[in-house]
Design a protein around this ligand. Structure first.
Ligand SMILES: [Zn+2]
Length: 439
């Protein structure tokens, strides 16, 4: 008989965000992997290799680069591992992998994987039905006699899931990136209760472990006020946003609050992800089909030169060099009637952070051009699709496991949180790359 021992090891996405890759070992030789993500700065960097037995299965939790970005290489190196994802996750993953190759080609850089490796990986993914936002109906994956995985709607992005694993009648909860709030298009993740006290461990994300957000409505009202004041003064607003989920969520918020009816609102740079949302998410098409788009650079330049007020939602969210949002920032930044808004996390080393934290009149360099004097207005709004500090704590006490492992967060924030929660009988462990934790 195999042992009941269960362990968890992070091979990336541990006490930092990037290269998410997680492995559960059940008994002697049943290994389940979750995700094989990329790195936002080093596009070639993979998670570290898992040192235990070869994984029998790997599931992609959701199609963000830091969770699926290096998947083709994992699949190439582990041809016997069965790979799973929801249908929506697979489609959005394909867009994301394609983008990675295109960007490398455009910049004349080494590609992280070849087109052939990408196609082989895509055809190797077995899809499963996306669970609805209802806790009664997770999708059940019977992986072996002893191991069942229940995939629940994570509320984080279209097709995203979190997992409850059942092994020999005990449960292990893996949150991946999770959002409990209802947003403009996606419902929040369902709350799961454990009445039998039989959940041994939670492995949770820690992105905002010590931060509490205001309500979504409060953020939306402030955001729309900012956008409206600029439009009323004849200006244009750039909203720098991520192509998967944030673009669609923020556009729908503008639609819900009446902006789209009264002003031209463009989506520039995430047309394909938006099309997937329209195809797969009931109700999304009605809102998202109202987005305008540009068909050429000439049209963009004409719009940039025109005196017409407009809203442009454009990728990337961090205004990375050479992206559409960086182009729009360079065209809008030097006029006082315009505005630039951020709706997501900014890397302190990124171009977006530099623009958003500039002072009025400061000379800035955008995409290597040192000739922009900032005159426009700046707004920052947190439309998060992660749980916040209070929601994370509520999850811990609702489930009351023996052990909680903290992943996908900043090292010091995780430590600060663990220090603040001693004495309640729960073992709390900061995840470190390669460190095996017994659950
Ligand atoms: Zn994510």
């Amino acid at each position: 008989m195999s042992s009941k021992k269960v362990t968890f090891t992070a091979c990336g996405g541990a006490n930092f965000i990037n290269n998410s890759a997680y492995f559960f070992r059940f008994g002697d030789d049943e290994v389940l992997g979750i995700d094989w993500g990329g790195h936002s700065k080093d596009r070639q960097r993979q998670p570290v290799t898992y040192e235990g037995p070869k994984p029998k299965w790997l599931i992609y939790s959701h199609p963000h680069d830091d969770h699926i970005g290096m998947g083709p290489l994992f699949q190439r190196d582990n041809p016997d591992t069965r790979i799973f994802a929801t249908e929506e996750c697979k489609i959005l993953t394909e867009l994301s992998w394609n983008d990675k190759i295109r960007i490398a080609e455009r910049r004349n850089q080494n590609k992280p994987f070849t087109r052939e490796e990408m196609s082989a990986a895509l055809s190797g993914i077995e899809t499963f039905h996306s669970p609805g936002p209802d806790k009664a109906h997770p999708t059940r994956l019977q992986l072996s006699d002893n191991l069942t995985v229940y995939a629940y709607h994570s509320g984080h992005v279209l097709g995203g899931v979190f997992f409850l694993m059942e092994y020999k009648r005990e449960f292990y909860l893996f949150t991946s990136d999770i959002c409990f709030r209802d947003r403009a298009l996606l419902k929040g993740a369902p709350l799961i209760n454990f009445h039998n006290n039989n959940c041994r461990a939670i492995i949770r994300e820690s992105t905002y472990i010590n931060r509490n957000f205001e309500t979504r409505q409060e953020t939306a009202v402030k955001f729309v006020k900012f956008v409206e004041s600029i439009l009323n003064n004849g200006g244009k607003v750039l909203i720098a946003t991520m192509s998967i989920d944030r673009t669609q969520d923020v556009f729908s918020t503008l639609e819900d609050l009446g902006i789209v009816r009264r002003w031209p609102v463009y989506i520039d740079g995430s047309g394909r992800a938006t099309a997937v949302y329209m195809d797969y998410l009931p109700g999304a098409k009605k809102k998202l089909s109202k987005a305008l788009s540009f068909s050429s650079f000439r049209e963009r330049e004409e719009m940039a030169r025109s005196k017409k007020p407009a809203v442009i939602l454009s990728t990337s969210g961090m205004m990375n060099k050479g992206t559409f949002s960086a182009f729009w920032a360079s065209r809008l930044i030097n006029r006082g009637e315009n505005g630039i808004a951020s709706v997501s996390y900014q890397d302190p080393d990124g171009q977006g952070f530099m623009i958003l934290n500039s002072t009025h009149g400061q000379l800035l360099e955008i995409d290597g051009q040192p000739c922009y004097r900032r005159a426009c207005q700046i707004g920052q709004f947190e439309f998060s699709n992660h749980m916040d500090g209070a929601e994370g704590m509520a999850l811990e006490y609702r489930v009351r496991p023996d052990t909680i492992v903290y992943t996908h967060g900043e090292d010091r924030e995780i430590e600060r949180y663990i220090r603040s929660r001693t004495g309640d009988g729960i073992q709390r462990v900061k995840s470190l790359v390669g460190k095996e934790v017994s659950l």
